[in-house]
Design a protein around this ligand. Structure first.
Ligand code: ZN
Length: 361
């Protein structure tokens, strides 16, 4: 391949995108499959998938030498290339969902919340009961996981498994002494900024979804600094980020409902009643749509559990008619007495409470 051939290839949009991907995601980003491309282009794309070549490109890009880029539509002959002016393309924004306007605000929100935060204290080696201030670091640990989107290693804050629960609410919100594990439900990749709940993060992704998210992240920098502890506000921002990714690329109302439910729990634990109600309503509405249109189970949630959540949320929101409607679906189904005995019994109790209230009136 002579220099001019290489330059022509370097002006090719797909080749350029591939190089951006390497720079953005490093050596390990996988090959993209492209149809109907010239043989030479295949060669180059193939070479760009090679670890050594990628490393070399990264070295070039990270070096101090300034390389000017040229427009793909207006290739300049090698002799005059020195005069070419650097060209920066504006990243395309996603417009189909209106996410283009929200994403900047969301990104800035997460960023500013995290960057203004002082660095966390180093993790105590000894788990001493005498530590005065309760710190989440006693209840968490850091692990390394492979991001499902960029496939790079990222640090993840996980909760220790032997947490002793204090109380359990009717909607399954668990309370613990001095610790709120729901702050750490969302896993965030420190390399590319992708965020999803723990279960989703470790699940399989359709190629279309992975490609879509990756393309989006290559055009919108969503990365935030890694933090070991999260405040409620920071955690809520990560939930918003996870909901954004779901809404934009997967559109699973059931999963979104589950995320809003946990946002409600965070607000409950924080004592923010108004916001809790707002999120409970969102969760109920999303699950209602989901139950009519989506296949269950979704993650670990069965359709019975989702029906129960809708019922119990409306119950807590004092919308008793709506609550009764969904409770009837559980109480009135004799099969559930054996297949989902706990939910069936809980639903029966709430249903009886509502009936008692109606009789009193
Ligand atoms: Zn990632």
């Amino acid at each position: 391949m002579v220099k001019e051939e290489l330059l022509t290839l370097l002006h090719d949009e797909e080749v350029r995108r591939k190089i951006v991907e390497i720079v953005r995601f490093g050596v390990k980003s996988p090959a993209s499959k492209s149809a109907r491309i010239a043989a030479m282009k295949i060669d180059l794309l193939f070479l760009l998938c090679d670890g050594d070549i990628r490393e070399e490109i990264l070295k070039i890009v990270q070096s101090d030498d300034k390389i000017s880029a040229q427009s793909a539509k207006n290739p300049v002959k090698p002799k005059t290339s020195a005069k070419a002016t650097p060209q920066t393309e504006k990243p395309k924004q996603i417009t189909s969902t209106g996410a283009d306007t929200d994403i900047m605000a969301l990104r800035n929100k997460i960023r500013s919340r995290l960057t203004n935060k002082p660095a966390p204290e180093p993790s105590p080696v000894v788990e001493d009961e005498k530590v005065d201030e309760p710190s989440d670091l006693k209840f968490t640990y850091i692990s390394e996981k492979i991001c499902p989107i960029c496939e790079e290693k990222t640090r993840i804050v996980q909760c220790k498994t032997r947490l002793v629960a204090d109380t359990l609410d009717i909607d399954f919100c668990m309370h613990y002494k001095n610790f709120n594990p729901y702050l750490y439900t969302i896993w965030v990749c420190e390399k590319c900024g992708y965020a999803a709940d723990e279960t989703r993060f470790q699940d399989r992704y359709a190629d279309k979804v992975r490609k879509g998210v990756r393309k989006f992240l290559s055009e919108n920098d969503m990365r935030t600094p890694f933090v070991e502890t999260r405040t409620a506000e920071e955690a809520l921002a990560f939930y918003e980020s996870a909901i954004f990714f779901n809404e934009t690329f997967e559109m699973s109302k059931g999963r979104q409902g589950g995320l809003y439910q946990k946002m409600a729990w965070i607000c409950r634990i924080e004592g923010d009643v108004e916001r809790e109600k707002e999120y409970l309503l969102k969760a109920a509405e999303l699950y209602e749509v989901s139950l009519d249109s989506e296949r269950y189970p979704i993650g670990k949630v069965s359709d019975t559990a989702a029906t129960y959540i809708v019922a119990v949320n409306y119950f807590m929101l004092k919308e008793y008619d709506k609550a009764s409607y969904y409770l009837n679906q559980i109480v009135g189904n004799p099969n559930l007495r054996s297949t989902a005995p706990k939910i069936h019994e809980k639903a029966r109790h709430i249903w009886q409470d509502i009936r008692a209230m109606k009789i009193k009136k």
